[in-house]
Design a protein around this ligand. Structure first.
Ligand code: GLU
Length: 489
């Protein structure tokens, strides 16, 4: 049975790259009918930020990444009552201590009481000699197995020679020279484990079969493999996911816009779009399909199709994809999403939407659905309906026509609008009447429709004038056309 896990540290809202890791680990488990666990790696109290746990859970829930119960496989795993199924490392300090002490007893780790001053000097001298900064093994050979570990750390005894090799499921064989691996601290002087010890102990106790994580952890893996060997535990398989870079090929950061997964929710991207997009960030099943639903991704996901080279986060592509998904929604579905998004994240837009109900709401959606790329853009795209932008009279003139013919065209529109009684003032009827005068060759399409569009919207690019007129209503449409005529006077 495949078991994967997502092991975030609670250092803030999860970064988009971190969530991509969660997605890949989840996908691998789901594609193999395995299990996916959530473990909070909260042993570094200094880096912890309040609210992180909720943000992690929110991100997972938003993207529908459900996790399983590790206690069903190992009854020694217990939970906090308010967080079922989630393993918190800070609840397990005693376990890590015992394992660290066992390693010391077995001669695989040693107690080190070097002062921070000594370590600081050592580091400086190594840096100035252009050597990689690492512990020099000062305490390693002492037969110092003190019974009192106070103010000491416990370090891993890395073999001095040879290599540590493994086959990464994405990168193939990876090899590290042992002499370049630091005698990693496993247990700090305050009794807290470091990432390395807690991570290995928990992956083992939780039965993790596949460690799927970001490339930045690759240099830690030989330390972990040595630990597995010392504990005499089978090691899981490893897959290190490619980095995510911005369009400018630098590491994805705040400079590229949003970085937290939840930022994308706040900006009006759909969760199914983020799932689709992030699944393709470093993985592709082949071919040129870009739009995948959840089931298709699960069916096709394979770690051996994950690329080694960095993945590029392309904001334009994401916007395009969000637009595609928005266009594919039925108008009433889109309306429901707009309302719930706005109520949660955009009070201004929520208030704007409240003015529209029933048929008018649907018409409003249809007006901009083709052009909408994010839920957050809706008010901006439809704002002209209540606030006609101030535009220059030249905007009314179509190509090579002149003010006079445009005036005539607008007057024709006035007549058409006037002749339609209010209940019949629909986009279809307006279209039919306008088409009739185009068909009898009184007007070229552009000469008739262009000034009407500008008059009704005040915008260069806007939805069709017929649909706009229907949403505005007869009276407001006529008022706007008359305003345009006044500009041309
Ligand atoms: N706590 C680590 C992180 O936040 C976990 C790395 C791993 O998956 O081993 O990235």
């Amino acid at each position: 049975m495949v078991i994967t896990r997502y092991a975030p540290s609670p250092t803030g809202e999860p970064h988009i790259g971190n969530i991509r890791t969660a997605i890949f680990a989840w996908l691998f488990a789901r594609s193999k009918a395995g299990k996916f666990y959530l473990r909070i790696e909260d042993t570094d109290k200094e880096r912890e930020k309040p609210g992180s746990i909720e943000a992690i859970l929110d991100s997972l829930e938003w993207l529908e990444l459900d996790f399983d119960d590790p206690a069903s496989a190992n009854s020694a795993i217990t939970y906090r009552t308010n967080y079922p199924k989630i393993v918190f490392q800070s609840d397990r300090l005693e376990i890590y201590r015992e394992y660290a002490h066992q390693l010391v007893a077995d001669g695989y780790a040693y107690v080190c009481d070097c002062s921070s001053e000594r370590l600081g000097k050592l580091r400086e001298s190594q840096i100035s000699a252009k050597l990689p900064p690492m512990y020099d093994g000062h305490c390693r050979e002492f037969k110092n197995q003190k019974s009192n570990f106070n103010n000491c750390v416990i370090r891993l005894k890395i073999p001095r020679d040879g290599q540590t090799k493994f086959v990464d499921l994405i990168r193939g064989e990876v090899s590290f020279e042992n002499q370049l691996i630091d005698d990693q601290v496993l247990l700090k002087s305050d009794g807290y484990p470091t990432y390395h010890l807690a991570n290995v102990v928990d992956d083992h106790l939780m039965g993790v079969t596949h460690v799927i994580r970001a490339e930045e952890w690759l240099p830690s893996t030989p330390k972990h493999l040595i630990l597995y060997q010392y504990f005499n535990w089978p090691s899981p398989s490893f897959a290190h996911l490619p980095m995510i870079l911005g369009n400018d090929k630098s590491k994805l950061s705040k400079r590229h816009g949003a970085v937290a997964a939840l930022d994308y929710r706040r900006q009006g991207y759909l969760p199914e779009v983020m799932f689709n997009y992030l699944s393709l960030l470093g993985w592709h099943p082949g071919g040129d399909q870009e739009i995948f639903n959840r089931g298709e991704v699960i069916d096709q996901f394979e770690l051996n199709r994950v690329q080694k080279s960095p993945a590029i986060f392309d904001q334009n592509k994401l916007d395009w994809l969000n637009g595609v998904y928005l266009r594919n929604l039925a108008p009433h579905e889109l309306w429901t999403k707009l309302v719930s998004y706005s109520e949660q994240f955009d009070a201004d837009q929520a208030a704007w939407l409240k003015q529209f109900t029933g048929e008018r709401a649907v018409m409003l959606v249809q007006l901009v659905q083709e052009r909408l790329r994010k839920l957050s853009e809706f008010k901006e795209l439809t704002n002209y309906l209540s606030n006609l932008p101030d535009y220059a009279s030249e905007m009314l003139i179509f190509k090579k026509s002149d003010a006079n013919s445009i005036k005539k065209a607008l007057q024709t529109s006035v007549q058409i609008f006037d002749a339609l009684p209010e209940p019949e003032f629909t986009a279809e009827n307006v279209t039919a009447k306008l088409n009739a005068v185009i068909a009898d060759e009184s007007y070229q399409i552009g000469v008739l429709l262009h000034p009407l569009r500008v008059a009704l919207t005040g915008l260069k690019n806007s939805p069709g004038p017929q649909e706009t007129a229907a949403v505005l209503g007869k009276e407001e449409s006529l008022r706007r056309i008359n305003l345009a005529l006044a500009k041309l006077a």
